[in-house]
Design a protein around this ligand. Structure first.
Ligand SMILES: NC(=O)c1ccc[n+]([C@@H]2O[C@H](COP(=O)([O-])OP(=O)(O)OC[C@H]3O[C@@H](n4cnc5c(N)ncnc54)[C@H](OP(=O)(O)O)[C@@H]3O)[C@@H](O)[C@H]2O)c1
Length: 308
């Protein structure tokens, strides 16, 4: 099969390339910058790279014109609250349909909490709140995939990526005080676990779908490696880095201020009210083995604050 991996330079797309490497499938990747270091690394590993943009339909058509059988994609959310992610998804699905591609695999996300907890918190949010709009858009994109009319479709639902706590680009945005002061400032309910995984392991499920499109057709695969409380994550980060990482205890006024002014802190706080679904991890059913979080931290330290 010819497999086109959109967002091949990202975590989930890169994981899909990795999981399919060495298989008999022909691998094609897609990026906005074919000269980037990540794109060059993909080329050296035998992936044919197309340059383009999800917003540019012609660039998608060009990549698909080589006779692609299967497409993996994920979409970066429009953090400004616009609809670029919706337009890009519609573009991808229209291009896939026009090219007669047989299989569409979408890297989405696990909806947090229990079904009941998600629904009741979601219903209680103001219609214009950032987090409500974010989840509404995610629900809409999932539905576009289900309604795509492509012969086989599969949705993969990863939990919180452990990469969020480690990679420089994620830390800078989410936890700036982790790398500089070793303080884990989380507004997640400190007593509630949350599911974690190496986000790139979504690619293992994408590979399973490529190898057996019929069996994984209409499957919406939730997966997670481990459920960890904030203190357990701190302990793992401290062990991997050898640094005195602590779980920050918010003074009341500072927490109020953070929730009112920082959309990430506000979102985390709201999501943790959705509860915890203990039934989420089911990787074995798909023949996939997931990496324990401590092992991932040990093997992915290089160039991050963990080894600085
Ligand atoms: N972080 C988490 O905890 C978490 C958990 C569950 C789900 N998710 C979901 O994961 C998704 C992001 O996936 P990821 O983390 O694997 O991605 P990522 O590592 O952030 O990389 C983004 C990828 O998207 C590509 N891309 C972005 N805009 C593009 C455009 N306009 N045209 C073509 N390519 C474009 C980038 O390619 P180039 O830059 O090379 O062009 C890159 O490959 C989001 O939808 C998020 O909601 C995240």
């Amino acid at each position: 099969m010819k497999v086109l991996i959109l967002a091949a330079t990202g975590k989930m797309g890169g994981g899909t390339v990795k999981a399919l490497k060495g298989s008999p499938h022909e691998l094609y990747g897609f990026t906005r910058d074919a000269a980037s270091a990540k794109a060059e690394a993909l080329k050296s590993s035998g992936v044919t790279i197309f340059e383009g943009d999800f917003a540019d339909r012609e660039s998608l058509d060009r990549a698909l014109a080589v006779g692609i059988d299967s497409v993996f994609f994920t979409i970066f959310p429009d953090l400004a609250g616009g609809d670029s992610d919706l337009k890009q998804t519609k573009n991808i699905i229209a291009a896939v349909k026009a090219a007669g591609v047989k299989q569409l695999i979408y890297g989405s996300l696990i909806y947090p909490g229990t079904e009941e907890g998600f629904r009741s918190v979601h219903d209680s949010l103001e219609p214009t709140s950032w987090i409500k709009l974010y989840f509404n858009r995610k629900l809409e994109l999932d539905q576009l995939v289900r309604d795509s009319g492509v012969q086989y479709w599969t949705i993969i639902r990863p939990p919180t990526f452990i990469q969020n706590h480690v990679l420089p680009e994620s830390i800078a945005f989410i936890y700036p005080d982790l790398a500089s002061k070793y303080q884990f400032k989380s507004t997640w309910d400190h007593n509630l676990p949350q599911w974690y995984a190496d986000g790139s392991e979504a690619g293992k499920f994408a590979a399973a779908a490529v190898n057996d499109p019929e069996r994984l057709h209409t499957k919406e695969i939730k997966f997670a490696s481990e459920a960890l409380t904030a203190q357990q994550i701190v302990d793992k980060l401290a062990k991997a880095s050898g640094k005195p990482v602590t779980l920050y205890q918010w003074p009341e006024e500072e927490l109020k201020e953070a929730l009112a002014t920082n959309p990430f802190h506000n979102t985390t706080h709201v999501i943790s009210k959705m509860g915890f679904d203990s039934e989420i991890g089911n990787a074995e059913k798909y023949g996939v083995e997931l990496t324990p979080i401590s092992e991932w931290l040990e093997t992915n330290k290089k160039g991050t604050w963990l080894e600085a």
